[in-house]
Design a protein around this ligand. Structure first.
Ligand SMILES: [Zn+2]
Length: 324
């Protein structure tokens, strides 16, 4: 193992080709600011695939621009501002501007894009995989409660399912509670820690209202979990929403062939004796990997996912669809 290479990650060397999937500007710094420096210092290449420009970010914009109403031109201006901040952050991390691949997806709209335009979203990621040919990929965790982060995980997994190569795949978590599975922790030099802090300072628009929180997130140990087997066996959902809430819930299932969506009362679910719900759709029998998403179909100012995503495995035991 190369000296300084984090235990569990592939050896970082001149052949390392790290692709980081960042849903928003600043995720690359908070989650991977140390790792990308170590890859560059080992002589490897880094590509940051930025899914959204981070323009749906109204409260910091209201605060810094002293305006209440934010319209489309304002959002475009905010996206430009965040783009410049990101360029400065990448420079601080030792990355050239050519490392950045912005996809321009809608901020806070990655889940709808994935569920309504599965093929084109997956194809866009597949194109980046083909172009950069990474041998190491880091993506947001499926456990991340920001909806763009969980959906980012799913879209990359779907793209990899149709990809010839099998790069090492690790996840990072920014929003939410980490699981109990083993993780890899980056051991950094003081200079790398300083560079990461300075890169975070480049994201000035985000520090205006959330500086303390972002510094706390960026100062946490940088940890990665390798993608292994799904934590859930078979096709049992991890959620047991209360009956009174069920009329407002939506269940979605997505696999490499497409997406399926139901209102919860119409979803092909079987209630098991222990109270858990089993999905009896052929959706997760057809193709792997397969992911389910539970959402509340009511307007809410709260952007974070309460239930989020889970990964399913087909049980291959046919069950008659019945309403829950
Ligand atoms: Zn983010």
């Amino acid at each position: 193992m190369t000296r300084g290479a984090p235990l569990g990650l592939p050896v970082l060397c001149a052949q390392t080709r790290l692709l980081v999937v960042a849903p928003h500007p600043d995720d690359e710094t908070i989650a991977t600011g140390l790792l990308v420096q170590q890859v560059r210092e080992a002589g490897g290449e880094v590509c940051i695939v930025l899914l959204t420009p981070g323009d749906n970010n109204p409260w910091p914009q209201r605060w810094l621009e002293r305006r209440l109403r934010i319209d489309a031109p304002d959002r475009r201006r905010w996206a430009q501002r965040r783009g410049i901040e990101m360029q400065q952050a990448l420079e601080r991390l030792g990355l050239a501007q050519t490392s950045l691949r912005p996809l321009g997806w809608p901020d806070l709209g990655v889940s709808p894009l994935l569920l309504h335009s599965t093929g084109s979203a997956v194809a866009a990621i597949a194109q980046e995989l083909d172009r950069f040919a990474p041998n190491l990929i880091v993506v947001p965790s499926l456990l991340d409660r920001h909806p763009d982060h969980g959906a980012a995980h799913v879209v990359v997994r779907l793209a990899l399912a149709g990809h010839a190569a099998s790069p090492a795949l690790f996840t990072y978590l920014i929003h939410g509670m980490p699981g109990h599975r083993g993780f890899v922790e980056i051991q950094a030099t003081p200079a790398q820690v300083t560079n990461k802090r300075e890169a975070l300072l480049a994201h000035r628009s985000q520090l205006a209202l959330s500086g303390r929180r972002l510094h706390r997130l960026a100062d946490r140990p940088e940890r990665y979990v390798e993608i292994g087997q799904p934590s859930l066996a078979a096709d049992v959902l991890p959620w047991q929403p209360p009956r009174w809430l069920q009329p407002w819930l939506g269940l979605s299932v997505v696999n490499p062939t497409g997406a399926y969506r139901w209102a919860w009362p119409n979803a092909p679910l079987q209630r098991m004796p222990d109270g858990r719900f089993r999905l009896s759709s052929s959706a997760c029998d057809q193709s792997a990997p397969c992911f389910a998403h539970l959402s509340l179909n009511l307007p809410s100012p709260w952007i974070f996912d309460h239930w989020g995503w889970c990964e399913l495995q087909a049980s291959h035991t046919p069950v008659d669809p019945v309403a829950a």
